[in-house]
Design a protein around this ligand. Structure first.
Ligand SMILES: NC(=O)C1=CN([C@@H]2O[C@H](COP(=O)(O)OP(=O)(O)OC[C@H]3O[C@@H](n4cnc5c(N)ncnc54)[C@H](O)[C@@H]3O)[C@@H](O)[C@H]2O)C=CC1
Ligand SMILES: Nc1nc(O)c(N)c(N[C@@H]2O[C@H](COP(=O)(O)O)[C@@H](O)[C@H]2O)n1
Length: 219
């Protein structure tokens, strides 16, 4: 499986404010670049923190891109993947609207009645890991289900979890013209943070987009 992370951050490295509400950091051209990345992926993944904060659709906006996917025999939208250790995803979340297959990655601590509720809401549940989703095992299961190209949109906890398990192949970061600040605002990689063996990706590209810049890193 090839894992591509994409996120937009402020000048000072924040994905959102301390209120954890969705903030438009990207401009129109960057959102269009992200839509193309989604269209090129077999699945788009976020953590449950992003579901609760943003209630995203994770679908492809552009009708021509959806049609191109259908023409090559793919579903119009990539599958959606949510990392949600104990199931906090609401049954009425937009990702459960039936517009694409939705996988819910949970841990063994997920309550069985919640699992049943999610399956009734249309999710395909994969469980691995004691208290927290075992990302290596669950991503391998997704690969076995035909997901070769996985795009990850955040947030910071999930991105750190993937970096910690050395699961990230490429990272695109849009840095937009905003300063958000706040010690409790989410950043690109949160979690516990590294204290040694810091991942050291190679810079593969720099492109000016809208009033900001996209950095492309390879691991
Ligand atoms: N600017 C941008 O590009 C984006 C911004 N955001 C923002 O990020 C914030 C949400 O980010 P976070 O709170 O960090 O939540 P998150 O979206 O990273 O979800 C974290 C949750 O993922 C689950 N998880 C399960 N297994 C895990 C594992 N092994 N490692 C890590 N997490 C695991 C846990 O339940 C954990 O609480 C929101 O404010 C949202 O608006 C989110 C995505 C993109
Ligand atoms: N690329 C990008 N730029 C920003 O400025 C953002 N705030 C985000 N957030 C992500 O976009 C998702 C919204 O998805 P839908 O359009 O509803 O499908 C959101 O959940 C974040 O993952 N991204």
């Amino acid at each position: 499986m090839h894992v591509v992370v994409n996120a937009a951050m402020s000048v000072d490295g924040k994905l959102s404010s301390r209120r954890r509400e969705q903030i438009a950091i990207s401009g129109p051209d960057d959102f269009d670049r992200v839509d193309q990345l989604r269209a090129d992926s077999d699945a788009v993944m976020v953590g449950v923190g992003t579901i609760l904060a943003d209630d995203p659709s994770l679908t492809v906006d552009d009708a021509d891109r959806r049609a191109a996917r259908a023409d090559r025999g793919d579903p119009e939208n990539p599958a959606r993947v949510i990392a949600d250790s104990r199931i906090r995803t609401p049954p009425d979340a937009t990702v459960l609207d039936g517009r694409a297959q939705t996988y819910l990655l949970v841990s063994e601590a997920a309550p069985p009645d919640f699992i049943e509720e999610m399956e009734d809401a249309g999710a395909y549940v994969i469980a691995a890991g004691q208290d927290r989703v075992d990302l290596t095992t669950t991503l391998a299961k997704l690969e076995g289900d035909g997901i070769d190209q996985l795009m990850v949109e955040g947030g910071g906890e999930l991105i750190f979890g993937l970096l910690e398990e050395a699961l990230v192949d490429e990272l695109f970061v849009y840095i937009g013209p905003k300063v958000i600040g706040g010690r409790d605002a989410p950043t690109l990689a949160d979690g516990d943070g590294f204290i040694e063996d810091f991942p050291e990706p190679e810079l593969a590209g720099v492109e000016r987009v809208d009033d900001g810049v996209v950095l492309h890193w390879q691991f």
